[in-house]
Design a binder for this molecule. Structure first.
Ligand SMILES: [Zn+2]
Ligand SMILES: [Zn+2]
Length: 142
């Protein structure tokens, strides 16, 4: 992970009144290294049981509160990923059958359309989420 991203991580924690501990860095790096959003369970097993589950839950709740982590809803459940502050802005397409999440890279036309819609409704947009739900190629086969 890039040194500047880690510095940004530390300063985000500091601003919110938290220290940068080894455990918090480990969780952050694990999410940063993942190619797609992770479930709490996947995150836990990726971390190789280096600490207990309740510690991980506490860290994730805090990360959500200070804007480091966001939830990606997948049907009834959700997965976790770093917010746009740390990774480039993108959207997701989600398979409703197997839960696979495909990242959709940033599209300038889409972004400007969303901003125009926000303007039209007199909303100064800070963030947005957009998600395409469907059935992936693998799940379309009979
Ligand atoms: Zn699928
Ligand atoms: Zn967008």
């Amino acid at each position: 992970m890039d040194e500047s991203v880690l510095r940004l991580f530390s300063s985000t924690l500091k601003k919110a009144g938290y220290n940068t501990t080894k455990t918090r860095v480990a969780v952050f790096q694990c999410l940063g290294a993942a190619s797609e959003p992770l479930t709490m369970h996947e995150l836990y097993s990726d971390l190789n049981d280096t600490f207990d589950r309740s510690t991980l839950y506490r860290i994730i709740r805090m990360f959500e509160k200070v804007g480091i982590v966001q939830r990606v809803p997948t049907g009834w459940k959700y997965k976790l990923e770093l917010t746009d502050v740390f990774v480039s802005h993108h959207h997701h397409a989600i398979c409703l059958k197997c839960g696979k999440i495909i990242p959709i890279e940033e599209n300038p036309d889409l972004e400007s359309l969303i901003n125009k819609i926000a303007d039209k409704h007199n909303i100064s947009a800070i963030n947005h989420q957009l998600e395409i739900q469907g059935v992936c190629v693998g799940c379309q086969r009979p």
